[in-house]
Write a protein that binds this ligand. Structure first.
Ligand SMILES: *Cc1c(COP(=O)(O)O)cnc(C)c1O
Length: 376
């Protein structure tokens, strides 16, 4: 059996090496390292893939979120609602811009921001909602946009984990996650669903004025060379990374399918088990692209299971072990434990199994057999 990895970037690279290498060589031959034609080409390719008017590439997914918020002119003290159960980058940039993060609980079934909790958290100071499409599953954007429209709030989608996933609306239409809110951010960190070979990120929006503003912000606030109209940052996607992304983007949908296939096999093996709640896989809308495959372990020793798997050479991880409201940097007297029953439960129950595009049946069987061996 091939060695099991949490993410197998080497096997994936081996299959597309010729294309990726040629794409990188082109950058080396033309020495267009920054803002070269590959970056422009990637921007256009991704706009077309997502069906969104503007993609603005930048240096990483954390920058992308920060720049999206800078573009919206949010002011210190403005309240921004986001999920308690996510990677810290989301809340970090809110705090960094001196906005007030308002962490709220998530939904037990899809692990995304709870619609009821958003409604309860809105105050006259609320200016924005940041849903995170966690683990690759699209948040309930229809409900979130309805609340935002009612209360005149911005919606910034953190789409670092769900590029390629669809959001389905009650009228049957579908849109790509990251193209529904006022603005969205994504990350091309190597292990993300569309990963480059270093750092990378992008901002998406359908708003022409906001796109223009953001194009200046990523480039030191310049719209005309050496004229600095707003305070900006330096955040660029380099051409080598864009070359990798141009080579990989055509495979994104098949990568999503490979992840869904692996998830289907995992969930099939765990079906009906009294101690396991496995993620559901929707056959019609691609609303989950499985950045992570995350189980909940009920009435059993989750940490013991983790040790059992690690001892058998099966990598696994706990995303995320501590709720953001309990982190020193983001603690706030406004938070009460009873406001976070779901997050507080999830951090004790979740375990993520290996998930990537290169898992084979033998590996999946070994992993599921090992889980079932421990949980009996
Ligand atoms: C990875 C990630 C980010 C940050 O992306 P970087 O490219 O690592 O800066 C932000 N939000 C979420 C939910 C992520 O998973």
């Amino acid at each position: 059996m091939r060695k099991i990895q949490m993410v197998d970037l080497k096997s994936q690279y081996d299959k597309i090496a010729a294309t990726v290498n040629a794409s990188i060589q082109e950058v080396l031959d033309t020495t267009t390292y920054i803002n070269g034609p590959e970056v422009h080409k990637f921007q256009k390719n991704l706009e077309e893939y997502l069906d969104v008017k503007h993609v603005i590439p930048c240096a990483n997914g954390t920058d992308a979120l920060q720049i999206a918020m800078m573009g919206l002119d949010l002011q210190p003290g403005d309240e921004v609602i986001t999920a308690d159960f996510t990677f810290a980058a989301t809340v970090e940039v809110i705090a960094l811009l001196q906005l007030t993060p308002v962490l709220v609980d998530v939904d037990m079934v899809n692990m995304n921001i709870s619609i009821e909790a958003i409604k309860k958290a809105i105050t006259p100071k609320t200016k924005a909602i940041v849903p995170v499409h966690l683990f690759g599953r699209a948040a309930n954007m229809e409900a979130i946009m309805r609340i935002a429209n009612e209360h005149n709030l911005y919606v910034i989608e953190d789409n670092a984990q769900a590029i390629g996933a669809n959001c389905r609306f009650s009228d049957g239409t579908k849109k790509k996650a990251g193209t529904i809110g006022h603005v969205a951010s994504t990350s091309f960190f190597p292990s993300k669903n569309l990963g480059c070979y270093g750092d990378g990120g992008a901002i998406f929006t359908n708003d022409d004025d906001l796109a223009h503003k953001i194009r200046g912000i990523v480039n030191h606030g310049m719209y005309i060379r050496y004229h600095h109209d707003v305070v900006g940052v330096n955040s660029r996607l380099d051409s080598v990374q864009a070359a990798v992304l141009n080579a990989k983007l055509p495979f994104l949908d098949s990568y999503g399918k490979a992840r869904q296939d692996a998830a289907r096999k995992y969930s099939g093996a765990f079906e009906g088990h009294k101690n396991i709640i496995a993620p559901s896989i929707c056959d019609i809308c691609d609303c989950h692209v499985f950045h992570q495959y995350t189980l909940r372990i009920i009435d059993a020793d989750r940490n013991g299971l983790m040790e059992h798997l690690l001892a058998k050479g099966i990598p696994c991880a706990i995303y995320y072990p501590i709720p953001l409201h309990s982190q020193k940097a983001y603690a706030d007297t406004r938070y009460k434990e009873e406001d976070f029953p779901v997050t507080n439960q999830l951090v004790k129950e979740v375990i993520s199994l290996p998930m990537h595009t290169e898992l084979d049946d033998e590996q999946i069987k070994f992993i599921t057999d090992s889980v079932l061996e421990y949980l009996k």
